[in-house]
Design a binder for this molecule. Sequence first.
Ligand code: SF4
Length: 262
Amino acid sequence: MVKIIINGAEHSAEAGKRLLLVLNEKGIRVPHLCFHHALTPAAACKLCVVEVKEKDKPIRTRLACAIKIATGMEITTESAMVHQMRNTAIGNLLKLAPHSKAIHKIGREFGLTTGIIPDGCIRCRLCIRVCSEIIGAKALKMVKTEGRNYVSPSDKGECIGCLTCTNVCPTKAIRYEDDGRIRTVMVRDEIVGRHTLECCQICGKLYSTTKFLEHVKQVDADLPEEKEDHRHCPTCSKLYYRKNLKMTAPKLATLYGNKPVT
Ligand code: SF4
């Protein structure tokens, strides 16, 4: 065992042991992502940089994963220079993996500059505005988290699964998935709405959510020209209501080789 100084305090440590291991054992935290105790250090992420003063040598910045303990070593784990170098290192890592939650997390823990995790959203608020001003569902809102705005599900309204937001979004940050009869509208990993899809009673195609049809019925309730509540997809509706075609639901269904849904 040899004597070393870490952040002004004297410690004893095994000569020749990796500095990062010694720091970890003593509970002195430095950021690192590429170190594994069972493997040879690669000195790749460069986050574990510290300042080291060795016998008869000037203070230098070294990577704690690569350097080995020697007697009399003086180590400083936090300084302006170390912080600047870690910021450069994390910036380089984020260029390679901008969505990495691990990099953003370690950056936050050590006060490094990481910016936000890119989520594809340009904060144009088109989705929020269309859902509120045109659809009237008010299912989306802006939420401030850690000083940043994020599109999130609203607690004041309810998604009806119309997909107007996904159509209007210029970057497709708000998206949907149809899985069998279930439609899910999502932003990042948050679910905005989950809905049952309805089949067209003529062609059998899944074409709309139940909630959207209910919403339309409600909105149209006072209109004199409101039609009967047929559950037909837009294509079948157009054919069905063209009087001069004299189409009936059973006739239309034969066009598709289907039996009309009753
Ligand atoms: S799918 Fe939901 S969130 Fe999107 S516009 Fe329609 S109601 Fe609003």
